[in-house]
Write a protein of this length. Sequence first.
Length: 508
Amino acid sequence: MSSASSARVVIDLDVPGPTISRHLYGHFAEHLGRCIYGGFYVGEDSGLPNEGGIRLDVVEALRALNIPNLRWPGGCFADEYHWKDGIGPKADRPSMINTHWGNVEENNHFGTHEFLALCELLGADPYVNGNVGSGTVQEMSEWVEYLTRDGDSPMVRQRKANGRDEPWKVPFWGIGNETWGCGGNMRAEAYADLARRYATFCRDHGDNKLYKIAAGASDDDLNWTEALMKAISCLGCGRDPKNIFQAISFHYYTVAGTWENKGRATDFDLDDYYRTIIKAQDIERVIRGHSAVMDAYDPERKVGLVLDEWGTWWDVEPGTNPGFLYQQNAMRDALVASLHFDVFHRHADRLVMANIAQTVNVLQAMLLTDEDGGLVRTPTYHVFEMNKGHHDAVAVPVHVVEQPTPYELDGKAMELVSASASVKHGRALVSVSNLDPGASLDVVLDLRGADVREPVGRLLTASKPQSYNTTSDPAAVAPVPLTGLEPEPRGLRVTLPPHSFATVSVAV
């Protein structure tokens, strides 16, 4: 590989596109491993600073990301969770077995009230995933009432008896999870009928308007998406979709190996790196496919597409419980996140929400914690933080018109440059990744349609793609100022080191 290459990225600052919803930067917390217990929640008797058992250093670190929403309680766990077991005095809550994740006993000490308290501390909108697989329509309907109704009703009286007088604002509701698999092993048409039924009985109470999300496909199963669209619309009929559910989800994980042998998070070679980036870049094809199917039934794009589980999935760290899905998080994972966001921004007219899996101690986490009070911000955390300026900004077109020759492996091509941009409050934010693991990249940011000034750049890179953060070296992968931003007749020129992510903000 050469020591340097070049690229030119054209950015049309005066051509407004769709708004990039902040909810594309959403998060996911499942009762899985140490995400809830030992991550978010340590209990009121813990020696670690907490509020109602919620670990405050975790809250502080996540508040810096401006988390827009948090999905809970699953995942696969959602379809065996019965919410009434998680309310009332903790001593009276029945325990349960988490059959999906480690077969461990749950004491239900973290339940509905604790989750809503967490969301309030984070400043995040709650996204509650209901139980379709082993629950009932009545159970989910009563959960909505318990959380969001004011005045007087059986569920309201029960909520008040448990210490909460005022209803919560809970906008987002998932109608089951992975109903093609762990959520019931259903056929698409059978689930589509259930989704209509459950959504019908999940009511709006007062001014709390529900945004109901039907459980959608795995990866590129376009037949599943079409079955859900047929349940609320018709092909070529020219009518608006029925307002039964407002969005359809899908899940996409970056697994470079096989499900049986996914590979290690930090011990990998260059071919593993290339396969990972190729797999991550394929998310664009998958989103385009689902969007095309939805466009046929909903050309005005009134139904949203939600990617409520995404991220890297590696073999667990040696010596940890295989059912807890604890993995490290390297510079490679950060680049998977950065290129995902570039794709999300390009499809913001259809893609309205995304939730990385998961927030703490599980899969591609933001934070890794230990029982002694250690807390590590992962490389992925820093990508979320550096991209905050895209929240609710207006996307603008980005064209990589000159770039290095794509790398090919196993008959598949890997693009070496990824970029996106947006404008908000008089500033433009450009995100650009050099995905080449061995060569630096001389980039011209061809900024058109506005006079630009006051450039400020930040850089995230490391000595190698395998680098990661630990409690003993928490800043092995951390943002630094991006030096060498030079004016250029077309805009700005900058050199990015290998395997790096950068943001450049300019006044416009």
